[in-house]
Design a protein around this ligand. Structure first.
Ligand code: ADP
Ligand code: MG
Length: 342
């Protein structure tokens, strides 16, 4: 007999390594938890050479019992049963991130709900401490240290720190576009390297994220759409560069958000390109952030742990809506320009 059942610690390590493969994956999971907790301010501090990440938020926090449960396998407050899988309206729902991180690093979680004191739990080497009371403001601070201490090869497989910091800045930029009401701070080795003020101004965020995008070259519009078969309303938020003023030599500034998350969707991207094709021609590309907010029943997030690739139902319908929304903006801006010319 050659086949044997793997020991549970090996099973857990393999599973954890699939969810968390980089510093940026830790930041993504912790920041998404902060957003799901309704935070309005998220402060991220990283010390790459120590493989250390800390995310502090002013969200709703966890009580003592939840703090005890949150690092255990398959524990979540976001779904309860099979039916909830079809109506996910949070960024997380698998209940595996904190558990995975605790398999790969030393973790300290300090959290407080508004009507109690704060509590702290520390997890090292698959063992979590007893919970102790601490004094903090309402919210949560999660500190992850010595990431991949038990998989040194994973550290080597990650790109140089400079590149990892870039990945994290890009990630925060994408999250901030989808959550413009949140204020973000990123510290690298105690130095503030990114600050995004949460005043709901996507145009401002776009022009902050790319020095070549100028605020005044952008236009924005929100469109409400009757969703077929759902009897509900969806929204398309569009912020785009006016083609006569702003275009790019590469398709690097076409971003699509879906219910709070930047996604990759070649199908929706190709609709955007075809809408811009007439005005931009073949070798220039648009600057656009398009955020589709629709019923969770339209989406299957289960394709990949990072949830960047998705199945969107009624894809043809959304492609048509996107093309006609962009064409409409062009018509409106054309009219404005014509009206201004005497
Ligand atoms: P998921 O996000 O898929 O539920 P996680 O492992 O990321 O799984 O988190 C487990 C649970 O811990 C969450 O469902 C949530 O209840 C709680 N939690 C994690 N981070 C925070 C936070 N920053 N604020 C409040 N609760 C949190
Ligand atoms: Mg999560």
């Amino acid at each position: 007999m050659l086949i044997q059942k793997l020991p549970i610690d090996v099973i857990k390590l393999i599973a954890a390594g699939e969810v968390i493969d980089s510093l940026s994956a830790v930041v993504r999971e912790l920041a998404e938890n902060s957003l799901d907790a309704g935070a309005g301010r998220i402060v991220i501090s990283i010390q790459p050479s120590l493989w250390r990440v800390q995310v502090a938020d002013n969200g709703r926090g966890m009580d003592r019992d939840d703090l005890f449960l949150c690092t255990q396998a398959h524990t979540t407050s976001k779904i309860k049963d099979y039916n909830d899988l079809h109506r996910i309206n949070t960024l997380g729902f698998r209940g595996e991130a904190l558990h995975s991180i605790a398999q790969l690093a030393d973790v300290k979680i300090v959290s407080r709900v508004a009507d109690d004191c704060g509590y702290e739990i520390c997890c090292h080497d698959n063992h979590c401490s007893t919970i102790n009371p601490v004094a903090i403001a309402p919210g949560t601070i999660i500190t992850v240290e010595n990431l991949f201490k038990n998989i040194p090869l994973r550290r080597q497989a990650n790109p140089p720190f400079k590149q990892q910091i870039k990945q994290i800045q890009t990630l925060i930029g994408q999250l901030s576009l989808c959550h413009p009401q949140v204020t973000w701070q990123l510290f690298v080795d105690d130095k503030l390297t990114l600050y995004i003020h949460g005043d709901n101004e996507i145009k401002k965020i776009l022009s902050q994220l790319s020095k070549t995008i100028k605020y005044h070259d952008l236009t924005s519009q929100q469109i409400t759409i009757n969703t077929p078969e759902e009897n509900s309303l969806s929204h398309l938020d569009l912020v785009l560069g006016l083609p006569d003023r702003l275009s790019r030599p590469r398709p690097d500034w076409v971003k699509i958000g879906l219910n709070g998350r930047v996604i990759k969707s070649p199908e929706l991207e190709s609709s955007i390109y075809s809408a811009f094709h007439r005005t931009l021609g073949r070798d220039r590309f648009p600057v656009i952030f398009l955020h589709l907010k629709t019923s969770p029943r339209q989406i299957d997030w289960n394709r990949h742990p990072a949830k960047a690739e998705i199945y969107l139902h009624n894809l043809d319908f959304w492609q048509e809506q996107i093309i006609s929304a962009i064409n409409n903006i062009f018509k409106i801006t054309d009219n404005n320009i014509n009206q201004k010319i005497p």
